[in-house]
Design a protein around this ligand. Structure first.
Ligand code: OKP
Ligand code: ZN
Length: 333
């Protein structure tokens, strides 16, 4: 399997503010290094550097003001967190930097870093380069080992360690290259509020997310069953919010229902936002998926007839992340 790996991701190292306390984050560079080592040891994976993607493509998914805000992050010499929250709910990016941080970042977990534009673009480029190998049936499945993750990034906001929505940008690339219907299945523990936001009004993309009940877990404000899409996109967004301690058998049932919805939609491509934070030993999450569970999930998805783009999102159990990735990925080989 071909794997796209972001060569400069380690330049992006963050801290997070939780309840006013600056704290070491679980979103560390080691996450992708651990996965990379496990795949290299296995031997069935070929690593490639991404081609840096066109900024016009990124601009089809994210607002221009937001992208300029991220680009300018390289001017700040230290981590920059939001200080104020936008109380106007207007849609125009404000002029002042302090206000911009409040307008374009929705939590205190996702600071700006000096090399952000470079590393965020590389992360998105992994997904885009991978998607390019699906076009023309060159590959059945390709894996983007993206970092930072992307699924919480909306059209104009960073949050949940995400800045550019890697899966959404790759999906837009497939649309530009002729695809009329794409299904995105998000199996990260957290709701993909960003991906949902970006494709909420279109029927060209079916978005399905299986995640922790937002009444209990981040991102708190979205991920409810009632969010079904709007306008032409009505009926093309599905959320499966779940209680804590979900086990393999219970998860597989929800996965099979999601697959039924995907089959009915008949997409040309499947994009899977993969998170290993539903793992039973994940330090920040509360599902009970085992290593065997990831293997079963991988088996179900690999059986499908669709060309598939796998995009890495979360997963924080450094000790077992390599095993999680191998359990999930080996059925696709
Ligand atoms: C990103 B992804 C715990 C509080 C921070 C933010 C979770 C972001 C998850 N340290 N919670 O979906 O895995
Ligand atoms: Zn997550």
């Amino acid at each position: 399997m071909i794997v796209y790996y972001p060569p400069n991701h380690y330049l992006h190292q963050i801290l997070e503010v939780i309840n006013g306390v600056i704290t070491i984050t679980d979103e560390s560079p080691e996450r992708v290094e651990v996965i990379k080592s496990a795949l290299q040891e296995h031997g069935g994976f070929i690593f490639k550097k991404p081609d840096i993607c066109n900024e016009k493509l990124i601009g089809q998914v994210h607002d221009k003001d937001y992208l300029n805000f991220l680009k300018n992050s390289q001017d700040w010499q230290r981590l920059e967190f939001p200080s104020v929250s936008d109380y106007t709910k207007k849609s125009k990016s404000p002029a002042h930097f302090i206000a911009k941080k409040g307008f374009h970042i929705f939590d205190t977990y996702t600071p700006l870093t000096k090399n952000l534009w470079l590393v965020a673009k590389e992360s998105a480029s992994c997904a885009v380069s991978a998607s390019n190998l699906l076009v023309g049936k060159k590959e059945k499945v390709v894996y983007a080992l993206s970092r930072p993750p992307g699924h919480h990034a909306t059209k104009n906001m960073a949050g949940g360690y995400c800045y550019l929505n890697n899966a959404a940008i790759a999906t837009q690339n497939l649309i530009n290259r002729g695809a009329k219907k794409i299904a995105i299945l998000d199996i990260d523990f957290h709701h993909c509020n960003g991906t949902q936001d970006i494709f909420y009004q279109t029927n060209k993309v079916l978005t399905i997310s299986i995640h922790a009940d937002p009444n209990r877990k981040f991102p708190y404000f979205t991920g409810f069953k009632s969010e079904i899409g709007s306008g032409p996109g009505k009926g093309y967004n599905y959320n499966f919010p779940l209680p804590e301690k979900i086990n393999d058998r219970q998860y597989l049932k929800i996965l099979v229902s999601s697959i039924k919805i995907i089959k009915k939609y008949k997409p040309e491509y499947l994009v899977v936002s993969v998170g290993f934070d539903s793992y039973e030993k994940d330090p920040i999450c509360d599902f009970s998926i085992s290593l065997n569970g990831f293997n079963l999930i991988g088996k179900e998805l690999s059986k499908l007839p669709y060309q598939t783009l796998l995009v890495q999102e979360g997963g924080y159990c450094l000790k077992d992340l390599g095993k999680c990735a191998l359990s999930f990925l080996t059925p696709f080989l």
